[in-house]
Design a protein around this ligand. Structure first.
Ligand code: TXA
Ligand code: MG
Length: 367
């Protein structure tokens, strides 16, 4: 085939694409780039292939996968109903970092994809290599982030190999991803309210400009606002979360990570510096994750490793570099890491959601 997405590829790229597509069509697993993070793909209709994805990741089987499509026409074969508000969101944000949870059409997808739910999350990635691969494979592709379960999501092919080399059929390398945090997962309620099950690359503000009513997950639900300062209680003590993945600890670096937040950047920085100094006193290797505007609030040796997420005024950069920053702290074996908080709005909602999970709920408030 020679779709628009494919025509920009060189012969070598075409060869890699063809190989990756053949792996998917043959029931294997292959990692591929999207605009958010690298995904680990498998034919969503093939239970053995989908089981290989869960096995490679070490992913709990009750956490369903997102199905990726190249064309809107594929949707009708996978879902049984599309609310007009969901259709409006697709019109506005596909291809792009938005996954929509829709009623699944029975008997098409492997039941392992949906983890027994009667819904399926679907998205159309905004990435030429991903679209070309999806088109060529000829199948709906189930793809979670291509990391070992619990590790930061991969924003480069090297991250995929760090976690999954030897466990997967291959990786289609097309450089680092752009958005850097995963897609926003949304479920439209019968009344048309768009419920954000996982904040991500499309912001609440963008959604409400199209859908009108937008809601965060009910408070008390893992991933919900009320969980912000608390430790995730896990599966047993809370009602069934509507996005099963949100109950798991994710992205956790090997060292201990705490978030420092407060309305006064100076006071937050002073608290962070004191905590880092204490950790040093215990003989620990320390890391500091800060925003560029606040660098002047710290001394150059406030921590052994200081990483900037870029300016608060342009959180796209922070989203893009968050996961590689978390992986970096592992590489240098940081024992104790402090992360600055950012405002919980716009892309900041996705960044704070991931930081809170990485911190296991450990948030130090300075006001
Ligand atoms: O950007 C992304 O979404 C990336 C790239 C590869 O597309 N994929 C990704 O997949 O982040 P994963 O498996 O790491 O996260 C999928 C999230 C989980 O929180 C899961 O619980 C939720 O989507 N999810 C999947 N199907 C669902 C469903 N039917 N209802 C509610 N939540 C669902
Ligand atoms: Mg993931």
């Amino acid at each position: 085939g020679s779709s628009a997405a494919e025509r920009q590829y060189s012969a070598a790229d075409q060869q890699s694409l063809a190989e990756a597509a053949a792996i998917l069509a043959g029931g294997g697993t292959v990692a591929f780039p999207t605009e958010t993070v690298y995904g680990l793909g498998a034919d969503a209709r093939n239970t053995a292939a989908v089981e290989a994805v869960f096995a490679a990741k070490g992913r709990p089987s009750d956490n369903p996968l997102i199905v990726h499509i190249a064309r809107r026409e594929q949707l009708g074969g996978l879902v049984s109903d599309i609310h007009p508000a969901a259709a409006a969101l697709m019109d506005a944000f596909w291809p792009g970092p938005l996954s929509l949870v829709l009623p699944v059409r029975p008997g098409v997808l492997s039941p392992r994809v949906t983890a027994g739910l009667d819904t399926v999350a679907v998205r159309m990635p905004d990435h030429p290599a991903a679209l070309a691969l999806l088109e060529r494979s000829g199948c709906p592709v189930a793809a979670p982030s291509a990391n070992r379960s619990g590790r930061p999501s991969p924003t480069a092919a090297a991250h995929v190999m760090e976690d999954l080399a030897g466990y997967i059929g291959g990786v289609l390398d097309d450089g680092p991803t752009g958005v850097g945090v995963e897609s926003t997962v949304v479920q439209v309620q019968p009344d048309g309210t768009a419920v954000i099950l996982r904040p991500g690359g499309i912001t609440a503000e963008q959604l409400s400009a199209v859908a009108g009513a937008v809601a965060a997950p009910p408070s008390g639900e893992p991933g919900g606002a009320a969980q912000a300062g608390g430790v995730d209680a896990g599966a047993d003590s809370s009602p069934a979360p509507r996005s099963p993945g949100m109950k798991y600890t994710h992205y956790a670096p090997q060292g201990s990570l705490s978030i420092v937040s407060g309305t006064s950047p100076q006071r937050a920085a002073d608290t962070a510096a004191a905590l880092l100094m204490e950790a040093r006193g215990r003989g620990e290797k320390t890391g500091l994750l800060l925003f560029e505007e606040h660098r002047v609030l710290y001394s150059d040796d406030a921590a052994d490793y200081i990483v900037s997420l870029g300016p608060l005024a342009a959180l796209e950069e922070g989203a893009r570099s968050l996961y590689s920053a978390l992986r970096y702290f592992d590489e240098v074996s940081a024992d104790y890491i402090i992360a600055e908080a950012c405002p919980d709005s716009g892309l900041g909602s996705a960044i704070m959601n991931r930081l809170r999970k990485a911190a296991g709920g450990s948030v130090v408030r300075t006001d």
